[in-house]
Design a protein around this ligand. Structure first.
Ligand code: CA2
Length: 149
């Protein structure tokens, strides 16, 4: 069996669907996981889907992904805009990584316009809600050479 794609989610994303639906939509994080899994299956890829409110745990998971994953999708939440530690962890991985955001961060406050993580990623997808995750999985599948079924 081939290695899964790790899909890592940062702080407060466990609240998805419960607060701020006008910004993040009505889908829950379980819905995001289910849709990403279905999308990945089209490319015969499995996903390992996780969420943490702790920066160090996300760093640990990225380090784990170096040997256990074939690719990485990350929505680091607010750590996107603050975390050199997550950037360093991504720079230490050889597997392709895609940064995702549910909202269009460029239509929001100025502090959300800068990401510490983008330079370590093959691409960035934002603004499409849950679809952002599906697009990220598809982009990774193409980069990995996985064939759609
Ligand atoms: O748009 C995104 O996906 C973000 O990564 C979400 C982060 C935000 O800090 C980034 O700038 C953009 C915030 C995640 C918090 O999620 C919540 C979901 C529901 C209710 C409250 C927070």
């Amino acid at each position: 069996m081939s290695k899964p794609i790790y899909i890592l989610n940062g702080p407060n994303l466990n609240l998805l669907g419960q607060r701020e639906p006008e910004v993040y939509g009505h889908a829950t994080l379980d819905d995001v996981r289910d849709r990403a899994a279905i999308w990945a299956a089209q490319f015969s890829l499995d996903i390992e889907f996780r969420q943490s409110n702790t920066e160090g745990e996300i760093v640990d998971w990225i380090q784990e992904a170096r040997s256990s994953a074939c690719g990485l999708v990350i929505n680091a939440g607010a750590y996107t805009h603050t975390s050199v530690a997550i950037l360093d962890a991504l720079l230490a991985t050889d597997i392709p990584c895609v940064e995702v955001h549910l909202s269009n961060v460029f239509q929001r406050e100025e502090f959300r316009h800068h990401s510490y993580l983008s330079s370590a990623c093959i691409g960035v997808i934002c603004g499409f809600g849950v679809k952002s995750y599906e697009l990220a999985v598809e982009a990774l599948a193409e980069r990995l050479g996985a064939a759609a079924s």
